[in-house]
Write a protein that binds this ligand. Structure first.
Ligand SMILES: [Zn+2]
Length: 166
């Protein structure tokens, strides 16, 4: 990306252990933006099925976002949202949010010990249709950059962990 930059190689200082490099910060931002966007897809899947947010929809959202890259507009919007969250002062955070999220997870009565096929809804809107196509093609999908490879592997690990068959 910035191969022509004349920046000197960063000296090894104590700061390095505490602070991220710009490159690391950018990667974090992109990964975060990607996850924000994936969660929106999961939410749509859930809303279009009158269901609670199942693990299946979260995984499907991640798969969708991996296989169908964000448009420039979506990327800009998601990066903005990621930045507003990443750079928000800690005092802005609501402690209740974490508690609520945990409760939701515990309330879910999913059987995680039995292997089963990943669930999808029967909605025929554009997003839900594309999600089903992505699920079908995910196995053959070959990531074209290192970050996508990490992403794909983490999706596979998640499915393994929750006994989901793709
Ligand atoms: Zn739909």
């Amino acid at each position: 990306m910035n191969k022509n930059n004349q920046e000197p190689i960063v000296e090894m200082t104590n700061e390095m252990t505490d602070e991220m490099t710009d490159e690391e910060a950018n990667i974090l931002k992109v990964v975060f933006a990607n996850n924000i966007s994936a969660m929106k897809i999961s939410k749509i899947l859930s809303e279009h099925s009158n269901n609670i947010l199942l693990t299946d929809y979260i995984v499907t959202g991640l798969i969708y976002r991996l296989m169908i890259p964000m448009t420039d507009d979506e990327m800009t919007q998601s990066i903005n949202e990621a930045e507003s969250i990443l750079y928000a002062s800690s005092s802005d955070e609501e402690d209740t949010t974490d508690a609520d999220t945990l409760d939701d997870t515990e309330d879910k009565d999913e059987d995680l010990n039995t292997k089963r096929n990943i669930k999808y809804n029967s909605c025929n809107c554009d997003i839900c249709n594309k999600c089903r196509v992505c699920l079908i093609n995910f196995g053959e999908f070959i990531p074209n950059d290192p970050l996508s490879t990490i992403y794909k592997n983490s999706i596979l690990e998640t499915c393994e962990k929750y006994n989901l068959i793709l």
